[in-house]
Design a protein around this ligand. Sequence first.
Ligand code: HEC
Ligand code: HEC
Ligand code: HEC
Ligand code: HEC
Ligand code: HEC
Ligand code: HEC
Ligand code: HEC
Ligand code: HEC
Length: 437
Amino acid sequence: MDAWRVIALRISHFLLAFCLLGGLKAEAGSYWRSAHGSYANGVKRNNRALYNKGNCGHCHDQHGDYGGISNGGPFAFALYANPFNTNASPGNYQKADAFCFHCHTNGTDSEQNGGIVNEDYSKTFGGYSASGKNNILSTFNQRSYHDLEDVYNFAKNSFPFFTSESSPCVACHNPHLARRVKADPGNPAANTAISRPTAHDTLWGDDNTSTDKETMYYFYQGRYQAPYAYGGTNSYEPGGTSTYDGHNLPDYATFCTDCHNPGNTIYSTSLGRNLIKIDWSTQGGESGPGDKHGRNSATTSLGVKAPYANAPIGITLGFALSCTDCHEPHGAPNPYLVRSEVNGTQISIPNTSTGNEIGYLCLACHKDDQAYGVSTTPNHWRYAHHTATDHPYPQQQCGRCHSGGGMGGTPIPCMNCHMHGKDDSYLGSSSTGRICF
Ligand code: HEC
Ligand code: HEC
Ligand code: HEC
Ligand code: HEC
Ligand code: HEC
Ligand code: HEC
Ligand code: HEC
Ligand code: HEC
């Protein structure tokens, strides 16, 4: 018998026992508090009319059928549909490609009674209203996204709980525990939807005590300054509240670095190469290693906008950011999962190849020439590199760096220097050796 058939059989026995004995006490408590198990909002498929809202039977068919009619399976884990289609077209995912998409798709296609609305991060937690993506399937079908087969392959080879029959969504979520994070956008830590891939059997973000430190406040204690919510000058992410120190935000830095850390080699199909290894923790100072947006501190001075300038948390250097300050978790209309709104500013990275496109992200938090008052157009960066306190480059022998001589010439592509972990060694003998991101 295939391994998954054995598992399916085990689950059908388990489900039977579960029904007969009235449920496993320990599991049941957390399940009924989960989004799926909730009596008020939980799972309820139109074609499983016999089951109450929240019943396991809306996801598991214990005998591969319902009312004597086969579900077309049997499928792994006694689910009612295939966990994942490894032949799916990335960026053009269909409902049938992942088990979870059967319900987490648009209103009319969803098998969930009444449908499900899940806005993207920029909208739910940033308050930016124009994103237009309001279900999970459509957030994955954008300009950039977490490639589900890459996630599946990486998780299968990395985490013991993740089997060759698992769905890639399960790498980041435990469907028996995940809570309704959207229910209180101002306190996603209490209602967290995620489980760390290294701790699948428990939620991540909800414990915020002196022993369990699962919020951004504790990632590097006292160093997290929440960015503004959209349109706010006094309201902060997540959810546009007055809390600005990360006590209400799950520690997404620790979560994402379960996979994106210096030890793991991760292949990306869409980028066609292995990913840069993200080092959010090492404090190697000016020349690294260690990302300056992580625990490694910026040096000497910064040219940043509010709320990092005159920061309410009371520091001027040494901030540590959350990955979700810049990135969506599922997919985004910008490259590299870059959010459509960052620090209260709409972000639209043009689809051109001049080389300064990513600068439209930087200016959400850093002062460009316009913010310094030396240009009338956004996204020019002379002041930061040539004039500001702690500028890296003297303005001389322009041709060493600028092909067009500097004045009005083509910009030097930002990502020659500014990528996670990179320094400016691309300049050869003109380089300063400073870590640039
Ligand atoms: C939202 C859909 C959903 C609901 C509702 C659901 N499950 Fe599951 N369950 C899954 C998925 C998906 C898996 C496979 C997990 C994986 O890929 O590793 C699974 C796996 C399992 C397993 C195999 C062991 C494990 O945890 O991986 C058991 C046992 C199980 N479910 C029991 C239950 C019981 C009992 C209930 C109701 C109390 C329930 N499930 C409700 C989706 C669901
Ligand atoms: C790489 C990790 C990762 C993967 C893979 C992933 N998610 Fe998520 N998901 C997250 C994080 C982090 C959040 C919390 C932030 C948020 O709500 O946007 C989240 C939130 C959610 C939410 C709540 C959204 C809301 O705020 O209303 C749903 C529903 C969800 N995920 C479903 C899925 C499904 C379905 C899949 C697979 C197709 C999936 N996720 C794959 C990381 C992931
Ligand atoms: C049978 C339909 C169904 C399936 C299949 C299903 N879900 Fe859900 N899911 C729901 C419903 C219903 C909710 C609650 C929606 C609401 O509160 O509006 C929900 C909520 C969630 C949430 C909570 C976040 C939030 O704030 O809405 C997460 C995370 C999530 N699902 C992930 C998954 C993952 C991962 C899978 C696949 C393993 C999956 N779901 C499969 C119906 C389903
Ligand atoms: C200040 C904004 C910002 C923050 C915070 C941030 N990123 Fe990024 N990230 C970017 C930008 C810009 C790019 C594109 C340049 C690059 O590839 O490094 C990127 C690219 C990436 C890439 C693709 C790298 C590659 O191979 O090109 C990964 C993976 C990534 N980020 C993960 C993370 C994780 C994990 C965190 C948190 C620990 C994080 N990012 C925090 C801005 C940010
Ligand atoms: C379960 C492991 C896992 C977790 C957790 C995870 N990632 Fe990834 N990530 C991957 C894999 C695998 C890829 C390569 C596939 C791809 O590029 O789409 C990737 C790619 C990326 C990329 C590059 C995407 C592109 O195509 O440009 C970014 C950015 C990124 N991740 C950010 C994040 C952020 C932010 C988080 C936390 C919210 C996170 N990741 C959590 C596995 C993970
Ligand atoms: C969400 C806000 C935000 C965004 C977006 C952002 N940064 Fe930053 N950046 C910061 C903060 C805050 C610091 C200070 C970190 C510290 O104090 O350790 C910083 C530090 C830096 C530093 C270190 C400066 C020094 O003196 O050592 C560099 C270089 C930098 N950012 C470049 C960039 C570039 C390039 C982009 C765009 C691709 C970008 N940042 C996008 C907030 C942001
Ligand atoms: C050691 C390298 C280096 C040298 C030498 C140098 N620059 Fe720059 N310059 C940069 C970098 C890096 C930037 C930021 C990227 C960009 O905007 O092209 C920059 C930006 C600029 C910008 C803003 C361009 C824009 O549209 O955003 C101007 C104008 C400029 N430099 C003029 C000069 C002039 C004039 C000289 C010579 C007198 C000079 N630079 C010498 C590295 C250099
Ligand atoms: C030749 C390498 C190089 C290129 C190309 C380059 N930069 Fe920089 N940039 C640097 C260095 C070095 C620093 C100073 C880092 C430090 O202070 O440690 C810097 C600093 C910055 C900062 C941080 C300023 C602060 O707040 O202290 C931003 C933002 C920035 N660059 C944006 C850009 C943008 C946008 C582009 C493309 C238009 C660009 N850079 C191109 C090397 C480069």
